[in-house]
Design a protein around this ligand. Sequence first.
Ligand SMILES: [Zn+2]
Length: 312
Amino acid sequence: MTNNLLNAIRWQHFPIGASAAVGHVNLSVGEIGNGGPTALISAGVHGDEGPWGAWAIRKLLERLTPDQLIGTLRIVPVANPLAMEADARNAPLDVLDLNRVFPGDPNGSHTERLAAALVANAVNGADVVIDLHGGGSWCVNAFAFQFAGGEDLAQAFHAPFLVTGPDRSVTLTGYARSQGARVAAIEQGGRSELEEQWAERIATGLRRALGVAGVLTPLEDDMIPAESIAVRPSKVLRPSSGGVFIPQVRASSVGTIVPGGTVLGHLLDPVTQAIIETFEAPFERTALMLLRPFAARIEGGAMTYVVAEPMS
Ligand SMILES: [Zn+2]
């Protein structure tokens, strides 16, 4: 067996009350190393985004050797197991958004219990928390949320776009931050023909961020300035009714800036095939932070694009 960190992870499993058929599902937390600083890398808080983040964690660990580890690395590749199974944002048992219920409740419903178990067994004691969201089964995206005190962590990802995150203590990173951790939330990648390139990019970002955090030995290129473009608070484009979405820009366009008025996609009546609505780039220079690369049925109000204006 290769002498990499992937093979050296110690796993702990914490049962969370679940459906009648299975009784419990396990929240699994992996750890390697001793002493500080401690970093937590989580993926799959939103189940439909999970496998891509977990893939990046795997790519990171299989390239690391024990001599590169200074502190303790903690991983939660599947933070929301039932949501992953459903390929949905939320677990179907209570349909609560795990990233809105922190610090959770050990006596609450399934998702609240999950949050409480994550707090007790993964977040508490972490000096650094990096939460991998990002494109998943229905979208691709290309940005990082930075938060005060943890800017260097977000910048280490060299994401196409950097946005200052909303300060919400009910999210995993927000709660961790309220407990004194330095945090970043990464929104990159997702299902497309480019998915492995994005997973590679996230793995490299994780390696660089953990070097910056002192959990791993630093990388020599740590000091190379990030090429990310800072953007103003983002705007979500949503259709006013349900229909069939036909994209006009594809996965290779996420992370780019397009001129105002660029046609991004159409919403069609599923029966008549008439164009009901057209999505256009709203700003003179529009940063494409999130888009849907494939044709799909979508509901009225669905998040279809996330766009922003570059700061400069
Ligand atoms: Zn998410």
